[in-house]
Design a protein. Structure first.
Length: 605
């Protein structure tokens, strides 16, 4: 949460910072600001509430002659959305931006008598005040001392008025990447802001002080030892982080799914069998597991729910799915024979990261399914299976979800094979079905007219229900989340058989119910459940593979899905549910890519 950018170099910093903030805005969009260190050693700050576009307007009135500055987009934690609470925060000689949360900020105010120095309600300003108090002439000494007093997570970029052309940075948990280019040095929360300037970058190591000058970036640990970074190369292009003609990132990302799924599975299939050799994942990881424990948040957790429903009957071992923020406090039953699978697009979700750390302390075997290369969760897991979705910019996760499903399916197939739950022939067929997903999704995306008409109906709704059984129920959870987070329509998912135990009381004339009926073994049961809601006035939108359905006693609108093996309909259903949410939100004229109150990467607990 919160986007950070810093630049020092040969060019004017203002435009670079504003462009960077536009790229990073999906990380937080309550307010935005920049601070520039001018040639006469003054700090010039511009900040405002609202979007980066407002900041750009504000800055256009006053172009500052500076080649060194920092910028920030905020997702509010401490203190409301006000100009004063927006970053950067300046105190004395210090100006800084922050992503994260300082848990002991109040104690610091008391201990160092900082109250009189503060004008905002933020934890961040306390750090600026503390740093200014401790700063004599050596920034490294003051930064070291300051961070030794802090509890919490942080990524800071700091400028001192008497350190011209220099930006200092340090982080704990909250992510930062940096790059040295011909035009200068860059640092940012994520690659999307760096990629126009450099394809080579490094991940800022935790608790190391980074000094950026226009010709150099140095890294030293807290004992003063200098280290060289491990340089990584970006494997996607700036185009991938642009809308490329689509009205929204979300729509673009939905349409990128066939390619993303292909890129995720193709390198891991050899002789029509799953092969994780290039990921250095040994078969032994899957042997003698008495339990699989999947831990994640939000959409990633929903991918875990699908995986549980798919994997448990296959392996005949218990598979649990936990919400990461709950897992941490429920004294989980993990031991050396538990395979703990953490799933995360960003690889930075703090609850998932802390859950992973707990699993490791309990001696679980850990593997993560992560989209962002080199992210904290990827680095701290014993093994990682990267998804290859490319950058996901829309806050609502779409392609990251289906590639997580694809990776979890591969993993399930591998575990089944290694444990003799699948024969080679069965595994071959499974892999064939998985490969076919790409074409099936492509086909489905060629005709979205029917889905758009569903969205028209939903646009006027205040509530909606998503129902299904088995795999369809796990899909319903994601369908409901997608709709509520971007269209603000109250949406809930229910196991279809459970409706009559309470929820059916909420169905009245015209209530939209999105019903999924793709699973053969429960098909007749779910159709009965659908008839029950239809009989009570529900407006039923049915997703099924049965092309012959015309019966208006079952549904008002039928979205036929391509016929595939039951295990694999989840991919097509997911895409339909994403499009329903997308078109509903777009019809309502909402900000599809940046829904209210949310941010892309949740690095606060
Ligand atoms: O980066 P992660 O996959 O760990 O993020 C987890 C959730 O915050 C995320 O899936 C969230 O629920 C989605 N943005 C919703 O669309």
């Amino acid at each position: 949460m919160c986007g950070i950018i810093g630049y020092t170099g040969y060019n004017y910093a203002q435009n670079i910072l504003l462009e960077g903030l536009s790229q990073l805005e999906y990380r937080g969009y309550d307010s935005a600001g920049i601070a520039l260190l001018t040639k006469d050693n003054q700090i010039s700050v511009h900040k405002c509430t609202g979007r980066v576009a407002s900041l750009i307007d504000l800055c256009s009135l006053d172009e500052v002659d500076s080649c060194c500055g920092v910028g920030h987009t905020r997702w509010a934690t401490h203190g409301g959305v006000t100009k004063q609470n927006a970053h950067p925060h300046t105190c004395g000689k210090v100006s800084l931006i922050h992503n994260g949360i300082i848990e002991n900020y109040y104690e610091i105010i008391e201990e160092y008598h900082l109250a009189d120095k503060l004008v905002s309600e933020t934890d961040t300003e306390v750090v600026a005040a503390l740093l200014d108090t401790l700063y004599e002439s050596d920034p490294i000494v003051a930064i070291k001392e300051t961070v030794s007093k802090l509890n919490g997570s942080f990524a800071f970029c700091i400028m001192f008025t008497d350190q011209p052309g220099l930006i200092y940075s340090i982080r704990n948990v909250s992510p930062l990447v940096a790059a040295l280019a011909k035009s200068g040095s860059y640092i940012a929360s994520d690659l999307t802001a760096l990629i126009p300037y450099s394809k080579e970058y490094f991940i800022v190591p935790e608790y190391h002080i980074i000094t950026l000058s226009k010709t150099d970036i140095t890294i030293q640990d807290l004992n003063g030892k200098f280290i060289l970074p491990e340089i990584l190369t970006v494997n996607w292009d700036i185009e991938a982080a642009m809308k490329n003609g689509y009205p929204h990132f979300m729509l673009k990302e939905i349409f990128e799914q066939p390619d993303a799924i292909h890129k995720t599975i193709a390198p891991r299939i050899k002789n029509m069998l799953p092969d994780f050799t290039d990921d250095s994942i040994p078969n032994s990881l899957f042997l003698n597991c008495t339990k699989l424990s999947i831990v994640a948040c939000g959409t990633a957790m929903h991918a875990g729910m699908v995986a549980k429903t798919m994997i448990e009957p296959l392996l005949r071992v218990p598979v649990t799915v936990s919400i990461a923020s709950e897992f941490r406090y429920e004294e989980p039953l993990i031991d050396k024979n538990t395979l703990v699978i953490t799933v995360s697009q960003s690889g930075e979700t703090i609850d998932t990261l802390e859950a992973l750390r707990l699993a490791k302390r309990l001696h679980g075997r850990t593997i993560s399914i992560v989209n962002v290369k080199g992210s904290s969760i990827a680095r701290e897991s014993d093994y990682v299976l990267y998804t290859h979705a490319g950058p996901e910019i829309a806050v609502a996760s779409t392609k990251a979800y289906t590639v997580q499903l694809a990776a979890l399916y591969l993993l399930g197939c591998k575990a089944a094979l290694v444990n003799d739950c699948y024969s080679v022939t069965q595994a071959n067929q499974f892999i064939k079905n998985l490969i076919d997903v790409t074409d099936n999704v492509k086909l489905l995306l060629e005709h979205t007219e029917l889905i758009q008409s569903v969205a028209k109906y939903l646009t006027g709704a205040t509530d909606a229900f998503f129902i299904g059984r088995g795999l369809d129920y796990t899909l319903s959870l994601e369908g409901a989340l997608k709709l509520k987070e971007i269209s603000y329509i109250h949406a809930e998912a229910y196991a279809a058989g459970e409706l009559k135990h309470g929820t059916i009381a909420l169905i009245s004339e015209g209530t939209p119910v999105v019903a999924l009926a793709t699973q053969t073994k429960v098909y007749s049961k779910v159709i009965s459940n659908i008839r029950e809601v239809k009989a009570r006035g529900a407006y039923v939108i049915l997703l099924s593979c049965d092309e012959s359905i015309t019966d208006s006693s079952i549904c008002n609108l039928h979205i036929p899905l391509p016929k595939t093996d039951d295990l694999f309909t989840v991919f097509e259903s997911a895409v339909v549910l994403q499009l329903i949410a997308y078109y509903t939100s777009a019809n309502k004229g909402l900000d599809v890519d940046k829904p209210r109150n949310l941010a892309k990467s949740v690095t606060v607990e």
